[in-house]
Design a protein around this ligand. Structure first.
Ligand code: PEP
Length: 245
C-alpha cells in the first residue's frame, strides 16, 4: 500500500513570514494520514525543517556534484544537512530555464540518493506534443533518461503536463489515468516491486475544487501543487481531499 503524498512547490516564492503557512498546516493536519511535503526556496529550508514535525521539507533542485566550484548552486548533501528529506528534480521550469536534460536529471537523482534524499522526478509533455499524439512517447523517454537504474521505492514521480502548470487547465481525468497507468507499468517493467512502491503524483493546476476528482483516478498517489500550496487556505483542503480519497 503506497502512502499518499501532498507536495507543495513554492518555486521562487516565500519569505520568512511565509513560514506561518507551514505552521498552520502543522496545526490543521497534526494527525495526517498522508505525507505532506513543502519545497520552499532554499533560504527557508533549515528554519522550516527545524520547526516542522508533520510537514516534511524538500529542495527544488540540487547540483549533481558532491561539492566544488559551482557558484550559486546547492548540493544534495547541503539540502540534507539543512533538514530536507526530498528534492524536486527535472521540473519543466528547470528544463526550460536552465536547459536541463534527462541525463542531468538522472545525475542529480544519483547525487540526491547518495545524500539520503528521496528524488521527486518530474516529467510531462508540452501542448504541441499532446496535440501531436506524442504524450506517452515523450513521457517514456523522460522516464528512461531521467531515472537512474539503481533506485529504490522511495523515488517519487510527478506527471506534470507543461500546458497545465499555472494555467488553470487540466487534462481530462481519463488522460491523467492513461498517463499514470502508463508510468506505473513502465516503472514496474523496469524496476519490479520497487516500481510498484514508487508514488506517482499528478501536478498542474491542482486546486481545492478539482483535487478530489483527480485523487480518484487510478495510480494517482497524490499531487505536486504549485500556486495552491502557497497558502494554507488553499493547500489544506487539497490535503484533506487526499486523506479522504
Ligand atoms: C508546478 O509547477 O509544479 C505546478 C504544479 O504548478 P501549479 O500547481 O501552479 O500549476
Amino acid at each position: 500500500m503506497r502512502r499518499k503524498l501532498a507536495a507543495g512547490n513554492w518555486k521562487m516564492n516565500g519569505l520568512a513570514a511565509d513560514s506561518a503557512v507551514v505552521r498552520a498546516l502543522e496545526v490543521s493536519h497534526a494527525a495526517a494520514s498522508v505525507d505532506i511535503l513543502i519545497c520552499p526556496p532554499a533560504t527557508l529550508i533549515a528554519s522550516l525543517a527545524a520547526t516542522s514535525e508533520i510537514v516534511a521539507i524538500g529542495g527544488q533542485d540540487c547540483h549533481a556534484a558532491e561539492k566544488g566550484a559551482h557558484t550559486g548552486d546547492i548540493s544534495a548533501a547541503m539540502l540534507a544537512d539543512a533538514g530536507a528529506r526530498y528534492v524536486i528534480l527535472g521540473h519543466s521550469e528547470r528544463r526550460e530555464d536552465h536547459g536541463e536534460r534527462d541525463e542531468d536529471v538522472a545525475a542529480k537523482a544519483r547525487a540526491a540518493m547518495a545524500a539520503g534524499l528521496a528524488p521527486l522526478i518530474c516529467c510531462g509533455e508540452s501542448l504541441s506534443q499532446r496535440e501531436g499524439g506524442e504524450t506517452l512517447d515523450v513521457i517514456g523517454a523522460q522516464l528512461a533518461g531521467s531515472i537512474p537504474d539503481d533506485v529504490d521505492g522511495s523515488l517519487v514521480v510527478a506527471y506534470e503536463p507543461i500546458w497545465a502548470i499555472g494555467t488553470g487547465k487540466i487534462p481530462t481525468l481519463e488522460q491523467i489515468g492513461d498517463v499514470h497507468d502508463f508510468i506505473r507499468k513502465t516503472l514496474v517493467d523496469r524496476f519490479g516491486p520497487p516500481g510498484d512502491a514508487m508514488r506517482l503524483l499528478y501536478g498542474g493546476s491542482v486546486k481545492p475544487g478539482n483535487a478530489a476528482e483527480i485523487f480518484a483516478v487510478s495510480n494517482v498517489d497524490g499531487a505536486l501543487v504549485g500556486g495552491a500550496s502557497l497558502t494554507a487556505e488553499d493547500f489544506s483542503p487539497i490535503i484533506a481531499a487526499l486523506e479522504a480519497a
